[in-house]
Each structure stands twice: as C-alpha cells, then as structure tokens.
Design a protein around this ligand. Structure first.
Ligand SMILES: Nc1ncnc2c1ncn2[C@@H]1O[C@H](COP(=O)(O)OP(=O)(O)OP(=O)(O)O)[C@@H](O)[C@H]1O
Ligand SMILES: [Mg+2]
Length: 231
C-alpha cells in the first residue's frame, strides 16, 4: 500500500517537474523583455527621481522572479538521480566545512555508531538538501545566545538517518504541518521553497523527511533513506 502511495507521489512530482520546466522557460522570455525595457527607461530618465525609484522597484521584483525561476529550473532538471556510493562521514564533513564559513555558532557531527555503512545517493542533490536544512538551522539560531547545530548520523538494518538539529527559535504547532508546502515562509525575504525541494529530492531517494520542533526549544529535521543492498 505504502509503495503504491509513494509511486503515485513520484508520478505527481514528475508531472509537476515537466510543467514547472515548461512554465519557467515561458516566463523567462517576456521577463527578459520587461527587464530590457525597464533598464532603458531607467537610463533614459535617470534625472527624474520618481522614474528612477519605480524602475528600481521593478528591477528588484524582476530579480525576485528570476530567483524563483532559477530554483524551479534547477529543481525540474536536477531531480533525476545520478547515484554514487560514498562514506557518509567524509561526505558530511565536506558539507559542514563549507557551512562553517559565515556562521558564528558551532556545528558538530555526531556518529551514533562506530561503523556506519556507506550510502548510495545523488551527491549533488543530497548536498542541496543538507545545504537547505543547514541554512534554515542557521537562520533559526541567528538571534540565539549559544547557537548550535548538530548533524547526527545513525542507522538501523534498513535505513540511514541524518538529523539536522538546531537550538533555534523552533516552529509553532500550527506551522508544523505547513513547512513542507511550496511557498510557505515566515521570512521577509524567503521564497518558501527550500523544504518542498528537500522533500521531493528525498522522496526520489525512496526516503522520507520529517521534523520535531518546540517553539523556543529548537528543531530537528530527520532524513531517512534506505541503505541499498551491497553496501
Ligand atoms: N530549522 C528551522 N527552525 C525554525 N523554523 C524553520 C526551520 N526550518 C524551516 N522553518 C520554517 O519553515 C519555513 C519554510 O522553510 P523553507 O526552507 O521551505 O523556506 P524559507 O527558508 O522560508 O525560504 P527559502 O525558499 O529561501 O528556503 C520557514 O520560513 C520557517 O518558518
Ligand atoms: Mg529555507
């Protein structure tokens, strides 16, 4: 039962990906024309303050739409997996090394078992997932006294677990269900698509992503992916 539910979900994702790709490309062309015309007006009337202000606003909004489109296009392209088998500890260390830049708090990697099995993943897409989760965690601990992010690695016989734990602002009960919805955001400059992309990528890996959170006590996102035979 669960399997058929999952394959339906994947079919839905595929359909959405095609639509997203087509629509994104269709929007790009007229957007470029608007951008060009706006630039022309901005330069031609640069001495008129009002026109300058409004063309700036138009330009900022165009940049915002372009950000959406870029995310959507890479999402629709990137969802086809190129699988590779890697040592999870080394892999996560590489990601954390980069994440440590531009962060004042601490990031720990915790291995729950001495010998963790290799994992078979699309390294680029899984990096996108972890980058998104770590970025969200960083944003959540931004105003906390002792900001701390933990990446906890664990497994059982069938599954590998990667937890991203922060001690940040947490998520209110009413928002818990909404965070994976596309475009749901509580951030002034957020697009609200980070987690919906994470969910789609993890589903493609045959896995699942879920969360625990308490307002003010922090949040834990858990990625659960199957350990493939032969690892
Ligand atoms: N670690 C976290 N702690 C607290 N709230 C979180 C955390 N992760 C996600 N959220 C909540 O879930 C919402 C959706 O997250 P998501 O990553 O999808 O979008 P976003 O971060 O708002 O924007 P972006 O598309 O730029 O990532 C956030 O706006 C925030 O309210
Ligand atoms: Mg985000």
């Amino acid at each position: 039962m669960k399997g058929s539910k999952n394959s339906n979900y994947l079919k839905q994702i595929e359909l959405k990906e095609n639509m997203i790709a087509a629509l994104s490309h269709e929007i790009r062309n007229p957007l470029n024309t608007i951008k060009g015309a706006n630039k022309y007006l901005n330069e031609k009337f640069k001495d008129i303050k009002e026109i300058n202000e409004f063309t700036e606003i138009i330009n900022n909004e165009i940049l915002r739409i372009e950000r959406y489109l870029n995310e959507f296009i890479s999402f629709s392209r990137g969802i086809k997996l190129k699988l590779k088998t890697v040592d999870p500890v080394q892999y996560i260390k590489g990601i954390v090394l980069l994440a440590k830049y531009s962060f004042n708090g601490k990031i720990y990697i915790i291995e729950k078992k001495q010998k963790l099995p290799d994992i078979t993943i699309d390294v680029e897409l899984m990096r996108q997932v972890l980058d998104n989760l770590i970025l969200n965690a960083k944003e959540a601990v931004n105003e906390i006294k002792n900001p701390e992010i933990k990446i906890i690695l664990n497994c059982d016989n069938k599954f590998f677990y990667i937890e991203v734990v922060d001690n940040g602002i947490g998520i209110s009960k009413e928002n818990l269900k909404k965070v994976f919805y596309p475009f749901f955001t509580t951030k002034p400059n957020g697009l609200g698509i980070g987690l919906s992309i994470c969910k789609a990528i993890i589903s493609r890996h045959g896995g699942n992503i879920y969360l625990k959170s308490n307002k003010r006590a922090g949040t834990t996102f858990t990625i659960k992916i199957p350990i493939l035979k032969g690892n």
